[in-house]
Ligand binder design. Structure first.
Ligand SMILES: Nc1nc2c(ncn2[C@@H]2O[C@H](COP(=O)(O)OP(=O)(O)OP(=O)(O)O)[C@@H](O)[C@H]2O)c(=O)[nH]1
Length: 535
């Protein structure tokens, strides 16, 4: 009994253990099935999210789903999961790079927008906040959707404000520049630019004296702030004056050319007629000569045949009369030819005299034109073309003969102020007074030219540095003392001057550049001074 009950007890214990093991296994299986269905669901969702990203990933996820449904071996599942994990890792790295690039673009866009002038304060504040809040790179792409859309809204506001034309660089620049916003200010800036360029062209044009006043009037109109319509009328008026002058030039040339061609035609026909009539006259004279020759021969023959002295006398008398007649005929013919030639010669002389007269007028006009093309219309100084020609020639000559040559660039200080305060005409007058001062003080030492605007150039031949600086400083002081008076205000003008000598190694450009650098230094150092740069 005792042994039986012990066995029973043991059996009962074993049964309990078995029951508990069975129930534990059932629990484990249920857990496993729950987890694998969760995992399978996760794989399905992952497949949906990743679908289309990469075909290899799509295929591998589909295979994994199948393996799960078929309860495949852990090894084959594990291998597939490794592959998938590798692909996903590659995508994570690529994603990181793309997101950093997106962040950069966002920051660039935001900063460009901040640079726009005249952005409303509230927009600027919101933009600053958006940039500050989003300094860090986001972890997912979708996080960029709201901030980029906000940035785009700001751009839209800025475009409506019409300020985006000042944008220099940014992600949206190309789109923005395709649709520039024209503001009042940009229009008037354009107008100023156009007028300035037109004025520069007009300043370069050399026009006959009779039209200079008209052009000057138009230029002074342009310097005032005139409305657009009037501006166009002034432009047209200037073109009219220029075209009238051109027409006049063309007419002078036309008259000369037609006289020239008329004269040439007359001379040519006279020469042809003369040659032809000379040929026929020659033939006629030959005929007369032959006739006389044969008459003389005949007379000689008759002499031989004559029987008596009386016969000879009668015969010779008759023959001599015939010869005298031929001779008379010849002389009269020669006279008529002479008269004809004289007449033709007089016609030709008259024609040539007329041509000479015309060509003198034309030559004078050409000379005037040449002088004008080398002379500055406003100041009557040599102009830039004349300077270029002179400086190039002098440089070559002085380098060859080793003569010291100096180039000087002088510029009026704060000249814009005169134009702005007292008007363009006052500015022009100032330039004329100054040009006369240069002529008076420099002409015996240097070649003086207006280089352009308020800039002048002087070329000194055979001068040393001390002498040069002495003359230039004297000129500078003279200019500073000139008593300018505009609208009852005493105004003083000063000059900044840059100078240098031309070396053996220089060319005209290098030498000019050095003088110009010296001028720049004179301006930088406070103006109203001479700066000399050693070679
Ligand atoms: N009246 C008049 N003004 C001219 C002529 N040519 C150029 N100007 C003016 O000269 C002025 C030159 O101005 P800026 O280049 O600023 O020089 P600035 O005022 O002299 O200043 P600094 O050179 O730095 O001393 C501009 O206002 C031009 O319009 C001209 O033929 N006549």
């Amino acid at each position: 009994m005792t042994s039986n009950s012990a066995v029973d007890k043991e059996l009962a214990a074993l049964k309990r253990k078995l029951d508990s093991a069975v129930s534990s296994r059932a629990n484990i299986e249920s857990d496993l099935s729950h987890q694998s269905s969760l995992f399978s669901e996760f794989i399905i969702k992952l497949s949906q999210v990743a679908k289309g990203t990469d075909t290899a990933l799509d295929n591998k996820l589909a295979k994994l789903r199948t393996l799960f449904t078929k309860s495949a071996s852990i090894e084959s599942i594990e291998e597939l999961i490794n592959d998938i994990s590798q692909i996903l890792h590659q995508y994570t790295t690529k994603n990181d790079v793309e997101m950093r690039a997106l962040q950069d673009k966002f920051m660039q866009g935001g900063q460009s927008l901040q640079k726009i002038k005249g952005l409303p304060d509230d927009l600027r504040r919101q933009l600053r906040a958006l940039i500050n809040e989003n300094q860090e790179v986001k972890s997912t792409l979708p996080q960029y959707v709201p901030i980029l859309s906000q940035l785009l809204t700001f751009y839209q506001h800025a475009l409506k404000q019409g300020n985006v034309s000042t944008l220099s660089n940014g992600v949206l620049q190309s789109a923005v520049t395709k649709a520039p916003v024209i503001t009042e200010t940009s229009q008037s800036l354009d107008k100023v630019k156009i007028v300035k360029r037109f004025e520069e062209y007009l300043a370069k044009i050399t026009i006959s004296r009779q039209y200079q006043e008209q052009l000057k009037k138009i230029r002074s109109e342009l310097s005032e702030d005139i409305p657009r319509q009037k501006l166009l009328a002034s432009f047209l008026a200037a073109f009219d004056v220029i075209s009238l002058d051109l027409q006049r030039e063309r007419n002078t040339a036309k008259i000369f050319l037609s006289t020239l061609s008329e004269t040439l035609a007359t001379v040519q026909s006279a020469v042809t007629t003369t040659v032809k009539s000379q040929e026929s006259a020659q033939a006629k004279l030959q005929q007369l000569n032959d006739k006389m020759q044969s008459q003389i021969c005949e007379m000689a023959n008759d002499l031989d045949k004559a029987n008596s002295l009386v016969d000879i006398k009668v015969d010779i008398n008759a023959k001599l009369q015939a010869i005298a007649k031929t001779l008379e005929e010849k002389t009269s013919f020669e006279h008529s030819q002479q008269a004809l030639f004289t007449e033709q010669l007089i016609t030709m002389q008259e024609r040539v005299a007329r041509l000479e007269e015309q060509s003198k007028t034309f030559e004078k006009r050409i000379q005037e034109q040449q002088e004008k093309s080398l002379q500055d219309a406003l100041t009557k100084l040599n102009n830039r073309a004349a300077f270029d020609e002179h400086f190039a020639k002098e440089t070559a000559r002085c380098q060859h003969k080793r003569i010291p040559l100096a180039i000087v660039v002088a510029d009026l200080d704060n000249f814009k102020r005169i134009n702005d305060t007292y008007g363009h005409t006052a500015g022009d007058k100032t330039l004329q007074v100054l040009a006369n001062t240069f002529k008076k003080h420099l002409e015996k030492h240097a070649f003086v030219a207006r280089y352009g605007g308020e800039e002048f150039v002087f070329v000194f031949t055979d001068i040393n540095k001390d002498e040069l600086l002495h003359i230039l400083n004297l000129l500078r002081k003279t200019v500073a003392k000139l008593p300018f008076k505009f609208k009852n205000n005493k105004v003083s003008m000063t000059l900044s001057i840059g100078a240098t000598h031309v070396t053996q190694e220089d060319n005209v450009h290098i030498a000019f550049e050095r003088a110009d650098t010296a001028l720049y230094q004179a301006k930088e150092n406070g103006k109203n001074q001479v700066v000399y740069l050693e070679q």
